[in-house]
Write a protein that binds this ligand. Structure first.
Ligand code: MN
Length: 610
């Protein structure tokens, strides 16, 4: 018997004790965070599968693990011998988890389902309940964390992260917490709600002008917020709060509560009228506590947090700082690209081979040396050759490719700064490349320029603009299976909504009219399985352009100033306008980075003008 099948058997014992027929163990924390800390990696501990996306469902006689296409090979290897069966998400004939639970009830009248109500969202559970035949009874046991208790009893469960909370100076936030809370209250009033509950960490950090270090690459602190028309509460871990933070929050008339007490608070609060919450973000347990506290299911108004929309539009202080920090970050990235080109030449003349791990380490070293750098905004992707065709590839010390002086390397990376979060991707030739690779690189470049140079009438969302980036590729029957762009936080998360650039309508997912002050990435690409991957990415800022008799028009201000590898460009595929635009771009790179990069780099940049 392997260790994981033993753990699953022990979990079944626990299920029997409480009368649960099935249990769901997801990969998530109480805040629906993109990165999940060690404390919440219960599914990993139970199953042995180490991928970032996986949900385990255990019944009396089955143990199933859902994961996506990135992990099919890895997952199969890691769960071998555990008795767990992999469920390939998105494949034909593979049911969704909600469908599987519904199918368990086909030949029975009732089913008792256990899950940790703190780490599954209200939306996930509501969706699951809706799938079940109304005449049958699905009993939810959500107060106990059976898998977590097992972990504690058999092994050492890592402690929850508790980093010190930091204050974000007005010189970076541009607006006091008090002013932000007033804006939020106005939005609550417009929704006719007297209370608002938030569990989304970057929203809470933005609202109170705080930052933390509890989630990898995301400068956020574990917290909750509760706002009424006359009070504001923040829930933080006791040991995370310094005297300075305590004094600051008091000065803004914000009441600090203990992180652990949030559920009791939600149950006991003397609610008046309706409470606003985002059911896609808050946990099932929080949702139930609010309902219990109100005694009425209709007391919750579901919708996007007003903070998400307010945070998305950067203020003048944030914009001023972003311009500066993006320049500093661009200088480091440009030095890195120059280093790659030089390194490739050395390799070609018999020098030491370059590995993906070395490339990523060099990139990180240069970025961390930037004045003001506070770490990475996500783990750096340095992917050579066919590895770049995998969108979420990450080389590790155990498994990485050795580069040759040929083909391309893709580097997708970003940094955290007190005044910005950056995100940039460049694909660089390390030597000879095929005509197909060059042609496709050039098509990506055309789309990238076209989106960057767009001007559009007020009211457009990213769905109206996506064709600009994708058009040159679609014309050749090529597509990339992901969005073109996402919002970027300001010293917050590298992925932030509600705005984005993509063509597909996805029911229930956020979409927003592009407004001046919003950020968005411009990152078209070409991914050829088993062969190569291309992506070029800049971060853009929406700006007001002009008012005419026909309306208000907007465009983008570019924030990223990193060169394009002209060794990959087929000039004859570019129009005169495109050549002009590319030359202007490189001239701006030279002008803006002039005194921020070395002389050899400037000489290299000058050679990129055509
Ligand atoms: Mn990106």
């Amino acid at each position: 018997m392997n260790i994981y099948s033993e753990r699953i058997d022990k979990l079944r014992e626990k299920m029997r004790e409480v009368g649960a027929d099935a249990i769901i163990v997801p990969t998530s924390d109480a805040h629906n965070s993109e990165y999940v800390g060690d404390h919440d990696q219960i599914r990993r501990w139970l199953s042995g599968f180490t991928g970032s996306n996986g949900t385990l469902v255990v019944t009396k006689d089955e143990a199933l693990l859902w994961t996506d296409g990135r992990y099919f090979i890895q997952c199969a290897a890691e769960i071998a011998g555990s008795g767990i069966q992999m469920m390939k998400m998105g494949e034909k004939d593979v049911p969704r988890i909600s469908e599987y639970i519904a199918s368990l009830m086909e030949d029975r009248e009732e089913l008792t389902l256990s899950f940790d109500g703190r780490v599954m969202t209200a939306f996930e559970i509501n969706t699951l309940v809706e799938k079940v035949d109304e005449t049958k009874s699905l009993k939810l046991l959500y107060n106990d964390d059976l898998a977590g208790e097992l972990w504690l009893s058999l092994d050492e469960r890592p402690k929850r992260s508790c980093e010190r909370v930091k204050l974000l100076d007005m010189g970076f936030s541009g607006l006091s917490a008090t002013d932000k809370i007033s804006q939020v209250r106005e939005a609550m009033e417009a929704k006719k709600c007297n209370q608002l509950f938030i569990s989304k960490l970057d929203d809470i950090m933005w609202l109170f002008n705080l930052r933390g270090g509890d989630v990898e690459c995301n400068p956020v602190a574990l917290s909750y917020a509760f706002i009424s028309q006359d009070e504001a509460f923040i829930f933080l871990q006791k040991d995370a709060v310094s005297e300075a933070v305590r004094a600051y929050l008091a000065s803004q008339r914000i009441i600090i509560c203990d992180y652990e007490d949030v559920y009791e608070f939600l149950k006991d609060y003397p609610y008046e009228g309706k409470t606003y919450a985002d059911l896609r973000e808050i946990s099932h347990l929080a949702y139930q506590c609010i309902i219990d506290g109100n005694g009425d299911k209709d007391s919750i108004v579901n919708g996007m947090n007003p903070t998400t929309e307010l945070k998305a539009v950067k203020n003048d202080t944030e914009i001023k700082n972003m311009r500066e920090y993006f320049l500093r970050d661009s200088a480091a990235m440009t030095e890195y690209i120059y280093w790659l080109k030089k390194r490739a030449k050395e390799m070609a003349s018999g020098g030491e081979v370059l590995t993906e791990v070395e490339a990523a380490a060099k990139c990180d070293e240069l970025r961390k040396a930037v004045e003001g750098n506070l770490g990475l905004s996500f783990p750096t992707i340095a992917a050579y050759g066919s590895n770049a065709a995998m969108m979420h590839y990450e080389a590790t010390e155990e498994s990485y490719a050795i580069c040759k002086p040929e083909g391309m390397i893709l580097t997708d990376c970003g940094g955290q700064y007190p005044g910005a979060t950056t995100d940039v991707t460049r694909t660089v030739a390390l030597g000879p490349v095929s005509d197909e690779e060059k042609t496709n690189f050039t098509l990506v470049l055309k789309g990238w320029l076209s989106l960057m140079n767009a001007q559009w009438i007020d009211g457009c969302t990213g769905r109206n603009l996506d064709i600009l980036a994708r058009g040159p590729l679609w014309a050749k029957g090529i597509d990339y299976k992901c969005g073109t762009g996402h919002g970027v936080g300001c010293y917050l998360n590298v992925h932030e909504g509600p705005q984005n650039i993509r063509w597909k309508y996805i029911e229930g997912s956020s979409e927003a009219v592009l407004k001046a002050g919003m950020t968005v990435t411009d990152e078209p690409g070409v991914y050829v399985d088993g062969k190569y991957g291309i992506r070029t990415e800049n971060t853009l800022l929406v700006e007001d352009r002009c008012d005419t008799a026909d309306g208000h028009f907007l465009g983008f201000e570019n924030l990223t100033w990193v060169p394009i590898d002209m060794d990959l460009v087929v000039t004859k595929l570019l129009s005169a306008d495109e050549i002009n635009s590319l030359n202007n771009y490189h001239n701006e790179v030279i002008k803006r980075l002039g005194d921020r990069v070395s002389d050899e780099v400037i000489q290299y940049l000058q050679m990129l003008i055509i």
